[in-house]
Design a protein around this ligand. Sequence first.
Ligand code: NDP
Ligand code: HSE
Length: 433
Amino acid sequence: MKPVRLALLGCGTVGAEVVRLLHEQADDLTARIGAPIEIAGIAVRRLARDRGDLPVDPALFTTDALGLVKRDDVDVVVEVVGGIEPARTWLVEALRAGKSVVTANKALLAEDGGTLHDAATEGGSDLYYEAAVAGAIPLLRPLRESLHGDKITRVTGIVNGTTNYILSSMDSSGASFTEALEEATALGYAEADPTADVDGFDAAAKAAILASLAFHSRVGAADVHREGITEVSAADVASAKAMGCTIKLLCIASRVSGPSGDSVSVRVHPAMIPRTHPLASVGDAFNAVFVEAEAAGQLMFYGRGAGGAPTASAVLGDIVAVGRNRLAGVRSASESAYADLPVRPMGEVVTRYHISLDVADRAGVLAAVAGVFAKHDVSIATVRQSGRGDDAILVIVTHGAPDAALAATVRELQALDIVRSIASVLRVEGATT
Ligand code: NDP
Ligand code: HSE
């Protein structure tokens, strides 16, 4: 049996687990693919790095990733390095040359997925990236295959484990954001530089990939409205609890119908959701994605969204798929971006707000505040007031209104002299009373 020859680019958290699983499951993988997998080479940055007892010949390591990709005896390129360049150059080279590519690189797919898909079409190659969103959870293949006969209307997900750990910890212990981040760092969930997670960049990249697949359109990271969780306070969490809600960093991609046709809205931001919502019980560093489709109804995908072994599981699934395709002399369906739906500006997206205001407690204040909402045509759903000496805390939850109208309302409230401060502004998702 002629082996399928694989170039592994990267041998860190994910790559090392890919090597281990390829070794441990060699016989089963051979049976499933119809041919053995052989590692042709492993590209890394530091040859001298201690790689423990990795079950692989040390002579396979190289720092020349491009040279490895170009070798004639390589059939499949597995990229688990990350970042835009040089990963893009390697993958475009491989795809144009007809080699199959498996990648976990969400940043590159969200930044310039179109270039990779074009190169795959040019080379007649397979491009698989199940591990790029929600780690071990089989999610992209259901979107790009199983649900291809249906019309997806909305994808709502918790797709970043670090921020979910932080927010879950704040919810259960009342900790501040800083305390919860320190805990997440100590436990190894958060990176030394947690910016990509806590500022929402990671979730935004995944949101772009999900929206592209769900709505058959090219959606990039720049199309995603992004807010992180650094401003979420212990008081916000307590306020959410008082409303029977919890706060989650959500990625929401939805199809919006309008008089001039359909469009898509894609956003990542913290939001209050009712504790009865299926995503509310997703704790710790787990991920979950809730998909709504016209015929299928509601579907939920849940599991580990990160970590070496869970992510490697998704990579291995892709390796089996591309290995089988190569043996059968076929390639999977190419990118489906025929719908080419425009991305709706965030200002036009209808959302609900929870606003907590510190106001003077005297006659006419409530009317003045309500007047600002009315001026911007934002309907108030509930108002709670609690006195505090000469001041009062007003907590207002709105009905759905265009985001731009809500933002203008908040700006005008800020300028009122009866408003001492705006303690928090959070979006509300899902049905709340
Ligand atoms: P790591 O930082 O642990 O590993 C990166 C690997 O790439 C290392 O082996 C490093 O070499 C190698 N590398 C870096 N630069 C180069 C270069 N210029 N040439 C050759 N090799 C290079 O990353 P992860 O394993 O955590 O992540 C890999 C990919 O998987 C990323 O795209 C990430 O977004 C994605 N991913 C990761 C998840 C996770 O839980 N970790 C979850 C889902 C996706 P050396 O070993 O010598 O340093
Ligand atoms: N929703 C109404 C408003 C209040 O915002 O004016 C109740 O009539």
